[in-house]
Write a protein that binds this ligand. Structure first.
Ligand SMILES: [Zn+2]
Length: 466
C-alpha cells in the first residue's frame, strides 16, 4: 500500500491524500487550496495525478478546504463514486454551488482586466454544471456502517464532532495476506460543542493520518461562551450600541443562533432582535434541520419540546439584498451575524463600514483570523481600518471569543491519537501550520506515542507490514 500527501501538509488548506491498494487508487478528501492568489490558482487547477485514474473518493466533511476542489476533479475526468455521510452530501452540495458562483464571479473580474490588456481570458476553475455532476456521483453512507470502497478495502465513518456530517474515516485493508488498517481523522471536533454529538473514538489502527490545526494550543471551555455572550450583549445594548458578529455561514452561525436561542428562552437575555444576514447561512441552516441524526441529546430535547433551536421566529434570516441594506438604517440596538468570518468579503463589510466609527457598537470576533485579513486588523484594534477601499476610524469596541472553535485542541488531539494510534506503525500529522504540526509531533513523542511524521507535499510512504 502506498500513501502520498497532496495537500494540507505543513499548512491548513487543500486537504488531499492519495492511497494505492491492490492497484486501486483512493483519494481521501479533495479540498480547495487557499493562499496566495497565483499559487492557489495553479495548485487548484493542476492536479498532481490524472483525475481519471482515481477510482474512488472518500470525503471527511463539507468544509471547502476538504471538498472544494471535487468539481475540478470531476471536470477533469474523475467518474468514480464519492462517499460521504448523508449530511456531508447535502452540505457539500450547498457549499459547492456557492463556491462555483464565487469562482465564476472571480474569473469574470480577472477577465475584464485581461480583456483590456488584450490577453486571453481564463476559464473558471469550475462552474455550476460541474457541481451538478459531483452531486450525481455522491453516495451517502451512514456513520458506523462498513462499506466496500474498492476491492479489498472496507471503510467506515465515525462521528468527528466538527461540523454537521463530519466524519473520521477508518479503512480496513486486505493485501498480500495481511489485514492492516488506516485511519484518517478529517478535522476533529471537540466535546461540548453545541448541536453536534461529541467526537467518537476510533478503534486502534496501524497507521493514522491526523489533523493538527491546534497541535500546540489549548482552548477555553465551551461552557464559558454563553455567559460571555450574554454579558457583552447586555453591555452594548446598555450604551445604545449594536453587536456585529462576523461568522462563517456554516457551523459558527448555527452555533451562535443556538446560543442566542438558549439565552433568550431561559430569560437570561430579553427578546432581542437578532439578524442572520447571509443567504448561504439560510441554505446551510435548512440542511442542518434535515439531519437530526447528527444532533446531541440536548438538541433532541429541544426538538422534543417542539421548539426550533435554529430560532426561526426568534431570529430573522435575511436572504434579499434590499433587506440587508435596510439594516444599515437601523438605529435601535440589535445583533447582526453576517459572513465572511474573516471579514474578507460578503455582507459583513457593508455592516462594518456603517458601524465601526460609532464607539457604542461592538464587533465580536468568534473565529480564527488569518494574517493580513480585515478581521485580523480588527483584532489588533488598529486606529484605522480599510473597508471596501476606504479608510475608517475604528472606534467601535472589539472583543474576541475563541471558545467556539470547532477543532480539538492540543490535549483533545493527544487523547484521540493516543487512544487509536498509541501503538501504531506510524502517525502522519497534516492540516496544521508547520509550527503546530511540529509541536504536536514533539508532544506525542514525549508521551511515547508514535512514530510520528510530518510529511512534505508529494511525499510518498510505502506502508508495509513486515
Ligand atoms: Zn473543517
Amino acid at each position: 500500500m502506498k500513501l502520498r500527501f497532496y495537500g494540507a501538509v505543513r499548512t491548513v488548506t487543500g486537504s488531499m491524500h492519495w492511497l494505492e491498494v491492490n492497484g486501486r487508487r483512493i483519494l481521501l478528501d479533495c479540498g480547495l487550496f487557499q493562499g496566495r492568489r497565483k499559487e492557489a490558482f495553479e495548485r487548484n487547477r493542476q492536479m498532481p495525478f490524472r483525475p481519471r485514474d482515481i477510482d474512488v473518493l472518500v470525503l471527511s466533511h463539507a468544509h471547502i478546504d476538504h471538498c472544494g476542489n471535487v468539481p475540478s476533479l470531476v471536470r477533469q475526468g474523475f467518474r468514480g463514486p464519492i462517499y460521504a455521510t448523508p449530511a456531508t452530501c447535502d452540505l457539500a452540495a450547498v457549499l459547492l454551488r456557492d463556491a462555483a458562483h464565487i469562482q465564476e464571479q472571480d474569473v469574470e473580474f480577472v477577465n475584464r482586466i485581461r480583456k483590456r490588456e488584450g490577453r486571453k481570458p481564463f476559464e473558471p476553475l469550475y462552474v455550476q454544471g460541474d457541481v451538478e455532476r459531483v452531486e450525481r456521483q455522491l453516495q451517502a453512507v451512514d456513520y458506523g456502517r462498513a462499506f466496500e470502497v474498492a476491492s479489498g478495502v472496507t471503510a467506515s465513518f465515525f462521528d468527528a464532532g466538527h461540523i454537521l456530517g463530519s466524519a473520521s474515516v477508518r479503512l480496513e485493508i486486505r493485501e498480500n495476506g495481511h489485514a492492516p488498517s488506516l485511519g484518517f481523522t478529517g478535522d476533529l471536533g471537540r466535546r461540548g460543542l453545541p448541536i453536534l454529538r461529541d467526537p467518537s473514538p476510533m478503534p486502534p489502527v496501524d497507521w493514522l493520518i491526523s489533523e493538527s490545526t491546534y497541535g500546540n494550543r489549548l482552548h477555553p471551555p465551551v461552557e464559558d461562551m454563553e455567559g460571555r455572550l450574554e454579558a457583552l450583549v447586555k453591555e452594548t445594548f446598555g450604551r445604545g450600541g449594536l453587536v456585529l458578529i462576523p461568522a462563517f455561514s456554516v457551523g459558527r452561525t448555527q452555533n451562535l443562533v443556538y446560543s442566542f436561542h438558549r439565552l433568550i428562552r431561559s430569560g437570561r437575555l430579553p427578546s432581542i432582535p437578532v439578524f442572520v444576514d447571509s443567504p448561504l447561512a439560510v441554505n446551510a441552516t435548512e440542511v442542518f434541520s434535515k439531519h437530526p441524526e447528527c444532533y446531541d441529546q440536548e438538541m433532541r430535547a429541544i426538538l422534543g419540546r417542539g421548539d426550533d433551536p435554529f430560532g426561526r421566529g426568534l431570529v430573522t434570516y435575511i436572504r434579499e439584498v434590499e433587506a440587508s441594506k435596510a439594516l444599515n438604517e437601523r438605529k435601535q440596538p440589535c445583533v447582526i451575524v453576517a459572513a465572511s468570518g474573516m471579514c474578507e468579503a460578503g455582507r459583513i463589510l457593508h455592516h462594518l463600514k456603517h458601524r465601526v466609527e460609532d464607539e457604542r457598537n461592538l464587533v465580536l470576533i468568534v473565529g480564527y483570523q488569518a494574517e493580513h485579513t480585515l478581521g485580523k486588523r480588527l483584532v489588533l484594534r488598529l486606529p484605522f481600518v480599510k473597508i471596501l477601499g476606504h479608510e475608517y476610524r475604528l472606534k467601535a469596541r472589539v472583543e474576541v471569543m475563541n471558545g467556539y472553535s470547532a477543532h480539538a485542541d492540543r490535549d483533545g488531539l493527544i487523547e484521540f491519537i493516543g487512544a487509536c494510534a498509541g501503538a501504531s506503525r506510524g502517525i502522519f500529522l497534516v492540516h496544521g501550520d508547520e509550527g503546530q504540526s511540529l509541536a504536536l509531533e514533539q508532544h506525542l513523542e514525549a508521551r511515547h506515542i508514535g512514530p510520528v511524521d510530518v510529511p512534505h507535499y508529494g511525499q510518498e510512504f510505502e506502508l508495509v507490514i513486515p
